[in-house]
Ligand binder design. Structure first.
Ligand SMILES: NC(=O)c1ccc[n+]([C@@H]2O[C@H](COP(=O)([O-])OP(=O)(O)OC[C@H]3O[C@@H](n4cnc5c(N)ncnc54)[C@H](OP(=O)(O)O)[C@@H]3O)[C@@H](O)[C@H]2O)c1
Length: 328
């Protein structure tokens, strides 16, 4: 089978596509025939050795896939051969076949297309957990989403609306803001040209927002905290800017707001049944046409370097997905 291989930590252009042997599933594992792979920001870091997980090269990157069960290891139940699934692989997903622990795999509705499914779990799974379990977002509250044209950001706009919030989408280009509007945002602001705190205050009659969803970090974080209402919750989702912010702690004191960490991977491990219930809601909303995942480009596996480069250069609106079905 073909796989995108990182032979030594380095930039996307050092990745190669190679023919490698697919390992049979061991005890507690399944082998999946991969239809498509979602491309996520952590993939850009893992190939450079800059992510929290540092696999020993050579390895295939790729943290989420959609496919069908091809073989089942000893002791695995409920995942028969042929079942359509999604899986959070951590790495190894940019390949025609992947072998993973069964607990990383979830059945998906037969009606959900493989390309859509491949880009669905990381963004929507993280975001429903953030908004529901971590922020307890309530109907009628105001949600500010930073990086609102990116993968998790656009999902936050859509899910914020589904959950009944008024959504202010903040991003760094008119095209990304247009995508956020199309996903349901009530208000938009461009933080490359407009002062975040002042604009948010204007849009909320001086009150500030109830919940901030921040996958970007950097200097925007403190501005967002300053734009938070009393009893607000600031969700720390990621640091796509590359800068982990520091915060003067008098701000949460004075504003009586909470700084709330979000780590979907830990949540999945500790509360799998709640995660499964989250996905049931997500699949139901998707089947009812109430979620419209935006997949900007579908590229063959061999174009993984371009996909990762585009993400790192902020050129992607929504998601890029790699398909194993096209010629590389
Ligand atoms: N905590 C969790 O459990 C969890 C789960 C999933 C993802 N994450 C994290 O969430 C973050 C976003 O992931 P994603 O897959 O949604 O990424 P993405 O699609 O690339 O979106 C990230 C957004 O960040 C903004 N950005 C600002 N500075 C940037 C820079 N220097 N480079 C790249 N983007 C920059 C971009 O929007 P503008 O151009 O509009 O500024 C971009 O759209 C990552 O840090 C990821 O690790 C965390």
């Amino acid at each position: 089978m073909r796989a995108v291989i990182c032979k030594a930590y380095g930039p996307p252009e050092t990745l190669t596509v190679e023919e490698v042997a697919a390992g049979p599933p061991g005890s507690g594992e399944v082998q999946i025939e991969v239809e498509a792979c979602g491309v996520n920001f952590p993939d850009t870091l893992i190939i450079e050795g800059k992510y929290q997980i540092r696999p020993e090269p050579p390895f295939a990157p790729g943290g989420e896939i959609a496919g069908r069960i091809a073989a089942v290891g000893e002791g695995v139940e409920g995942l028969p051969v042929g079942l359509p699934v999604i899986a959070m692989t951590g790495y190894g997903g940019f390949a025609e076949s992947v072998t993973v622990a069964a607990e990383r795999v979830m059945p998906r509705p037969e009606s959900m297309d493989g390309i859509v499914a491949a880009g669905f779990s990381m963004t929507y799974g993280t975001t429903i957990h953030a908004l529901v379990q971590r922020a307890a977002l309530q109907p009628g509250e105001t949600l500010l989403v930073l990086g609102a044209g990116g993968g998790v950001g656009l999902a936050a706009v859509e899910l914020g609306k589904r959950l009944g919030a008024r959504v202010i989408a903040a991003a760094g280009s008119p095209e990304k803001l247009a995508a956020a509007r199309a996903a349901g945002a009530d208000e938009t602001l461009d933080y490359r040209t407009e002062p975040l705190k002042e604009r948010v205050k204007d849009l909320t009659g001086g009150r500030g927002v109830d919940v901030v969803y921040d996958p970007v970090g950097g200097t925007l974080f403190e501005q967002a905290v300053r734009a938070t209402a009393r009893n607000g919750r600031v969700l720390v989702v990621g640091f796509a800017s590359g800068d982990i912010p520091r915060l003067p702690m008098n701000l949460p004191l004075l504003k009586e707001c909470a700084i709330v960490g979000v780590f979907w991977g830990a949540f999945r491990a500790h509360e799998p049944e709640v995660n499964t219930a989250n996905f049931q809601r997500l699949f139901d909303w998707h089947a009812a046409g109430q979620l419209a995942p935006r997949i900007e480009r579908v590229l063959p596996l061999a174009e993984a370097p371009e996909a990762l480069q585009a993400l790192a250069e902020r050129r992607v609106i929504g998601k890029i997905v790699l398909t194993t079905q096209a010629e590389g």
